[in-house]
Design a protein around this ligand. Sequence first.
Ligand code: NAP
Length: 282
Amino acid sequence: MSGSKVAIVTGANKGLGFALVKGLCEKFEGTVYLTSRDEKRGNDACKELIEMGFKPRFHQLDVTDPDSIARFCVYMKNKHGFVDLIINNAGILFLKDAQEPKLYQAEQTLFVNFFALVNFCEAIIPTVRDGGKIINISSSSGHLSRIPSEELRKKLQNTEMTVEGLKSLMNSYVNAVKVNKEIEIGWGDSPYVVSKVGVNAYTFMLNRRLVNRGITVNCVHPGYVKSDMTRGGGDRSASQGAVEPLKLALEDHPGGLYVWQDGQVVPWDGPDPRGYIDGKKL
Ligand code: NAP
């Protein structure tokens, strides 16, 4: 077992995750794991960084696969005994022109962005060292104001809610989509929004739960990043998007923050801080 610190980034074979691993390789004092669901894509990405002179390690991790999560957690426990930093970055988005049925989009988006993130966190938390950090890559879409129903917003903010309660609330959204009632109930029309609002709710819940162990949990909106997810759209590179998550990872910060791409700490339950939506001024 090594004595130095250990960091993990999920979904790191490309895009923001790759930029996060590169940034950690530059400045994190310890071992950095690039993880990806596909071995070849992950190893190729590692090779690219090694050719740049960095020393990332690779391990397969598909956050939607319980066996893959279990293998990864056992490996970390046996190899290092602990983990100090986790950046939950893996995620998906169906763009507006996606042809897949609405229910499929809702199930997949919630499955990868919310349920898989929660399941991975719950599995790795016992291995996170006291004083460690968990950073969830969220989005401007994770702002609470994006959920139209006041009743749902109140439920999402309930500080007494358990992780099972939150999972059940997120499942109720998928069930609403099944009967075509999600808009009527007040979830809005975007599975991505619901998934990232769920990620934020989990962030604050987990931060409260882990405060006694000195573990901080924060979430961050990286900005509109040029990547495969945005089909190359966006107004910033992946390395620019990585700046604020890396600050959270490398500097001392309290937990329970929702940080935006300009470093601003945004109140999750405050007014919608976006200046523009789809290019139109609000
Ligand atoms: P990206 O280039 O599409 O990368 C997404 C990464 O997630 C890929 O490595 C992908 O792996 C991985 N992934 C997907 N499903 C996975 C699974 N089941 N297990 C493990 N990894 C999985 O997207 P990106 O723009 O870098 O996005 C990274 C994060 O930033 C996401 O959480 C996204 O929601 C968030 N974000 C992005 C933007 C933006 O403008 N791009 C804005 C706000 C927030 P494969 O290559 O194998 O598919």
